[in-house]
Design a protein around this ligand. Structure first.
Ligand code: MN
Length: 198
């Protein structure tokens, strides 16, 4: 493991003898960079928004989950990079382990980087470093443009996840309430927690 291994923080937080989460060994390729939103019932319910950038899933915890209303600004707290094969992890992390609770793949798909400058795409890593990310999501639930914007200047700055005002915007829809089940298996959190394979 190199000292600048981007998954060092991820691995240090977990005991892979105890959690069913992937340790980041294998990489499954998909067409286009992956995006996933995992509904995670841990000490509190939240949604983990992850996008594939340079071989890892850059991650933010979104307490209220995404919105399809461009007027909503959803707090998004950066968390450690996750391995690519985490994208289709759905299951139960034992109590007492890091993130102990139930994980659902709430939405999954690919995304496109929308940030261009002088007609050229700005690399995703640079858009994150600048604190202004714009992507078009192609998920089974979420579609179209989303922006992730850092507010403030410190390393502990807050980010906001905002739906861009495009044809996929649906201001009247409470998307996390309307579509509560897994995009992969159709299961609810309780079915995943009880180990029901659906
Ligand atoms: Mn989480």
């Amino acid at each position: 493991m190199s000292p600048d291994d981007p998954l060092k923080a991820y691995r240090e937080k977990r005991d892979f003898e105890r959690t069913p989460e992937p340790s980041g060994g294998e990489v499954r390729r998909r067409p286009g960079p992956a995006f996933v939103i995992q509904k995670h019932r841990a000490s509190t319910l939240h949604y983990d928004f992850r996008i594939e950038v340079d071989g890892v899933l850059k991650s933010w915890a979104v307490p209220k989950g995404p919105s399809t209303n461009p007027r909503d600004k959803r707090l998004a707290i950066p968390t450690e990079d996750h391995p690519l094969d985490y994208a289709d992890f759905e299951g139960t992390i034992p109590e007492g382990e890091y993130g102990g609770g139930t994980v659902m793949v709430w939405d999954i798909g690919s995304y496109r980087n929308l940030k261009t400058e002088d007609g050229r795409e700005v690399p995703m890593a640079e858009t994150i470093a600048r604190g202004h990310v714009t992507v078009a999501l192609e998920g089974s639930k979420l579609k179209g443009g989303y922006a992730l914007i850092r507010t403030g200047k410190s390393d502990n700055a807050r980010w906001l996840l905002v739906k861009m005002d495009d044809e996929a915007a649906e201001p009247g829809l409470d998307v996390v309430a309307a579509l509560p089940h897994s995009a992969l298996t159709g299961r609810g959190l309780d079915e995943i927690a009880s180990g029901d394979s659906g």
